[in-house]
Design a protein around this ligand. Structure first.
Ligand SMILES: [Zn+2]
Length: 369
């Protein structure tokens, strides 16, 4: 049999297996509820799935033949299979999450809670009794950052969290912290405020951010062109030795090509959101009044909250790891980076792309949980 059948099947199955896990659990749930109509729908869906599992590789093979059955064509079709698996799984998951009220889907929804907060609770903050000393310290910290028009509010919430709202006109930037933050020791509180200040300074999630991302893509593209030019030059002028060295540049070009596809287009949000968080952790430590130790201790505290993730079922974990867009990378990883604090530089962007790729292939998902 054609080896490509197994290649495409494998790519498709990787993402699809998660769906099958979810379906089996769901069916058990549904039968208990005696909701036959729903059952029928899901069973029907499974039959469709089985057919597509068998058919997808065959379709991919004929497409790959059209592309001349080259290595490039096969890689392209593998990616299509992966994409197809992702889409199917996403569709299935969204169906499950909408239709069932079991605990697991609620846990998944929790990850959206933070996002919803932005929309519904902005401006709806409670007035806390913050002691005057603390407000003076907070004000001094904000002044020290040299950023203007910043107001800080405390909102209800019993977990440690903060977010920034950036005014396009730069007249009324806001930092929201949950009430729980007011109970933190000063160096940790300063760290979380510093982190949000850098979000405002960098104007994250504004137009400028998109411009920055596009430049990132162009930079990668230029690296590819440069690699190809260098390897051509080596081929022509340095004979066999040149050929050997040029392989390195071709691999670099290929790597950058994959980076462009992954990080600059399809899932630009995943990569850049994580980069934003890492930059904010890093540069916050440069603000007067914020120290590396405070930042490290804060992240260590937060990482304990992340431990509840381990108790989830395997397919819920996979769903969160591979399908939901979680803005924040693994907190333990962030803490480790701050522990070995180094100033941010251009190579850090590359390094994080490599780290993400490593997480994805070793089963830790996009966020490294
Ligand atoms: Zn942040």
């Amino acid at each position: 049999m054609d080896y490509r059948f197994f290649l495409f099947e494998f790519c498709f199955i990787i993402f699809y297996s998660i769906t099958i896990g979810m379906i089996s659990d769901l069916l058990i749930e549904q039968i208990k509820e005696k909701d036959f109509q729903k059952n029928f729908y899901y069973v029907f869906y499974i039959i469709i799935c089985i057919i597509s599992v068998i058919a997808v590789p065959n379709i991919a093979i004929s497409m790959s033949n059209l592309l001349g059955n080259t290595l490039f064509g096969n890689i392209m079709m593998s990616m299509v299979c992966l994409g197809f698996g992702v889409t199917q799984t996403k569709f299935m998951c969204s169906m499950i999450l909408e239709n069932s009220n079991n605990k697991e889907s609620y846990v998944v929804n929790q990850y959206y809670k933070y996002k919803n907060k932005r929309i519904s609770e902005i401006g709806d903050y409670s007035k806390l009794d913050i002691n005057p000393n603390l407000s003076i310290r907070i004000n001094n910290l904000i002044k020290g950052s040299n950023l203007k028009n910043i107001n800080l509010y405390f909102i209800d919430g019993d977990s440690i969290n903060g977010f920034a709202s950036i005014d396009p006109e730069n007249n009324n930037n806001k930092i929201y912290l949950t009430a729980k933050c007011a109970e933190l020791e000063w160096n940790k509180l300063a760290a979380i405020i510093g982190h949000e200040l850098i979000h405002i300074k960098r104007r994250n999630n504004t137009k400028l951010d998109y411009v920055r991302r596009i430049f990132g893509g162009i930079f990668l593209f230029l690296v590819i062109i440069l690699c190809i030019l260098v390897s051509n030059f080596l081929n022509i002028y340095f004979g066999t030795l040149g050929d050997i060295i040029s392989v390195f540049f071709m691999i670099l070009a290929l790597y950058n090509f994959i980076m462009i596809i992954i990080y600059s287009s399809i899932i630009t949000k995943r990569y850049w959101n994580q980069i934003d968080e890492l930059i904010c952790d890093n540069k916050a430590c440069e603000i007067d009044g914020v120290d590396v130790i405070g930042m490290y201790e804060l992240l260590e505290d937060l990482s304990k909250e992340q431990d509840s993730f381990k108790k989830q079922r395997w397919y819920i974990k996979n769903y969160i790891r591979y399908f939901t867009i979680v803005e924040h990378p693994c907190i333990r990883y962030r803490a480790r980076l701050i522990k070995r604090y180094k100033k941010w530089n251009i190579l850090t962007y590359y390094k994080h792309a490599m780290v993400m790729l490593w997480w994805v292939v070793t089963g830790r998902g996009w966020i490294g949980y």
